[in-house]
Ligand binder design. Structure first.
Ligand code: IMP
Ligand code: MG
Length: 176
């Protein structure tokens, strides 16, 4: 057990399990886009670690771009989604894969997906390491999913609890 901001967290997904999911998604993306490499759009800050591991394992000449969002404060979603950095024009006419750490309520992803769609991409897909189906409020189709998890707060591998925990190579879950 570990403590972050005085709250107890227990090991949940090992670094090995996460890398297994990253390998699986990278192989699938490599197969699916062999005819025309995509541009991957990472959602900062949470997706930085998943994004970095994923792009290294995709065996195609891809491009990268980022959007910056914020919606969480503490251990439950504030519901409000702010965009600090929009998507650039380079995604127009391109196959786009949005890369997220987690789809929780789906509100952030719905906003990002609509931002991307405004730039008229050739196609759009969503890759998310984690998904909490029980928390979903906005319908979001995840094309490439690492793990479907229960509706409990998690931290590590890019995900934070009030700024801490992002640099851990594995994922911990808040203890009941
Ligand atoms: P949504 O808009 O509710 O789907 O929230 C998505 C964003 O909230 C994600 O990109 C994460 O950054 C953050 N988030 C959601 N659930 C968790 C969690 O369990 N731990 C840490 N961050 C989370
Ligand atoms: Mg995020």
């Amino acid at each position: 057990m570990i403590f972050i901001h005085q709250k107890p967290f227990v090991p949940y997904l090992s670094a090995e399990a996460i890398q297994g999911a990253v390998d699986r998604i990278a192989s699938q993306v490599t197969k699916d886009y062999v005819s025309e490499p995509p541009i991957l759009v990472g959602v900062l800050n949470g997706a930085f670690m998943f994004f970095s591991d994923l792009v290294k394992k995709i065996d195609l000449q891809i491009e990268v771009s980022f959007v910056k969002m914020a919606s969480y404060s503490g251990t439950s979603s504030s519901g409000e989604v702010n965009v600090h950095l929009g998507v650039g024009d380079q995604i127009s006419g391109r196959h786009v894969i949005i890369v997220e750490d987690i789809v929780d309520t789906g509100k952030s992803m719905a906003v990002i997906r609509d931002l991307v769609l405004q730039k008229k991409p050739k196609s759009i897909a969503i890759a998310s390491l984690l998904h909490k189906p029980d928390a979903l409020l906005e319908p979001v189709e995840i094309t490439y999913l690492g793990f479907s998890i229960s509706n409990k707060f998690v931290v590590g591998y890019g995900l934070d609890f009030d700024g801490l925990g992002r640099n851990m190579p594995e994922i911990f879950q808040l203890k009941d």
